[in-house]
Design a protein around this ligand. Sequence first.
Ligand code: UD1
Length: 349
Amino acid sequence: MARILLTGSTGYIGSHTAVALLEAGFDVVGLDNYSRSLNGVSRRIQEITGKNYAQYQVDLVDSEAMTNVLAHESGIDAVIHFAAFKAVGESSTHPLLYFRNNLGGQINLMQACDQFGITNLVFSSSCTVYGNPEQIPVTEDSPLLEPESPYGRTKAVGEALLRDWVKSNAAQQGKAKHVIALRYFNPAGAHPSARIGECTVGVPDNLIPYITQTALGKREKLTVFGNDYPTRDGTCLRDYIHVCDIAAAHVDAVNHLLNQGSLTAPWSVYNLGTGVGQTVLEIIQAFEAVNQIKLPWSFGPRRPGDVIAVYANNRKAVDELGWQIRYNLEDMMRSAWNWERMQAQDPLH
Ligand code: UD1
């Protein structure tokens, strides 16, 4: 049974991926510092899957703590690196926090991989690396434009560091390194059990949690940021993709790395989106229709740094990784709402 190290294992995408890996028969070792997640998530992962896995409280910025875990948990076959901060607005006011946490943590992880002979890595990247694209849909070959935020910068630089790192075989006893970067579009929804989902701390930045918290009455009303964009209804357009489909792509990526071995390119990148874009107003309508709820909302000014429109060409992930999308927009809206209500009744600790 292959052993997979997950950094950020109790975060939004990390926790859904932990479930998918355990269900696929992988052995999982999870690391998280719980700075943006709760350790109760690990109990929920075990509850959903009926399987145990090793979960450690470790901050990747503390390289000694990480190497202590790896010394104890030998035989890691691949790492999936989720651990990072992701609030675009916060990154603009605290760029150094983002550089230190996201890039510092990543450099320590690469060093630990070298030390312990781990040569397979999957990196959480983002469509943010395409900036405000001139042509949509974006393919993996679309130009990488200037990131719109320091958060975006950490993803673009994170990819660049890994591209250089795979070229070096130092300390790898001749084993070639392989890295897959997965560029997520807009993850949405929650596990069908409603036992794990996106845990937002404080006021949500992202659209879907803001919608579900407004539906619950926790927020007074939703503000739609801008109504004068050059899109079909004047609001921004994004590619929303179910978090369980994103999780499944990580299982596919790990299988690809482990089974294709030397046939895999040392460095490859895949877009994870549905290939369809939705505007903010279409998302509100879908949420209202699926859940039979009327949302209070109004237009407000544009949010600085917002990209106008982006959606994915996802052919490469489908063709090369065998990725299959199983959930649609209605599933995302229904599961996000079920998760928010479950959280209100039986909150995670
Ligand atoms: C951004 C990044 C993405 C990153 C994510 C992490 C881009 C293209 N995407 O997503 O890579 O992983 O942040 O947080 O840079 N909106 C409202 N009202 C709200 C909240 C949002 O109208 O209260 C609108 C936004 O203006 C946007 C859309 O909803 O048009 C989606 O916003 P959000 O969920 O924050 O995600 P992105 O900004 O697309």
